[in-house]
Design a protein around this ligand. Structure first.
Ligand code: NI
Length: 190
């Protein structure tokens, strides 16, 4: 599947093959702490390859049916999101997240487990995350802000069985991806 095909599939509201979608209890079960580092690294590698194939910004293990507290984040500009700030690949194992801003800001989110829909989601602008760096396993604490902080909050929510829909304070903004582009987003570049 090419990136353009993946974008087209998501925009049409079709789930990517192998992805767990809303309504499946595995999404609500979240992820358990990791025990086997080699297994966790193998899962992270699979998720990284899939994230790049899907042209996404983040992916959590429950979304591929693996009940572990693992997420990958890598923000890239895409045809659909040409303005978002890019960030290097980040592997999060057993992340523990603290929101640092009391005031939240709203921005658009979508999710490969909720194909075809987007909505405005309030999130903290800055977060502190303690996680294990793999393959070494050492614990690190880092702060993140802006769009990256938003993506990380979205992925850590998956590990706790939460979807962006749960975080919306109103359903008024919910839109198909097609209508997001037409009315709320930017012009698609070929
Ligand atoms: Ni998601």
């Amino acid at each position: 599947m090419t990136k353009a095909e993946s974008d087209a599939r998501w925009m049409a509201g079709q789930a990517a093959p192998g992805l767990v979608t809303v309504g499946d209890p595995r999404l609500r079960a979240g992820g358990h702490p990791i025990e086997d580092v080699a297994e966790a690294v193998a899962v992270l590698k699979r998720m990284t390859a899939l994230l790049r194939e899907l042209n996404g910004a983040g992916l959590a293990a429950p979304q591929i049916g693996v009940p572990l507290a693992l997420a990958v984040v890598e923000v890239r500009r895409t045809a659909l999101f040409p303005d978002r700030p890019e960030s290097p690949l980040l592997w999060l194992a057993d992340p523990d997240l603290t929101a640092l801003n009391e005031v939240e800001s709203e921005d658009w989110e979508g999710c490969f487990s909720v194909p075809g829909l987007m909505g405005l989601v309030p999130r903290s602008e800055r977060v502190r995350v303690t996680y294990r760096m793999l393959p070494g396993g050492e614990s690190v604490t880092q702060e993140f802000s802006g769009y990256l902080a938003r993506v990380i909050q979205h992925e850590v929510d998956h590990l706790n069985g939460r979807l962006f829909l749960d975080r919306m304070t109103s359903m008024v903004s919910i839109t198909t991806v097609d209508n997001y582009q037409r009315h709320h987003g930017v012009e698609l570049q070929a």
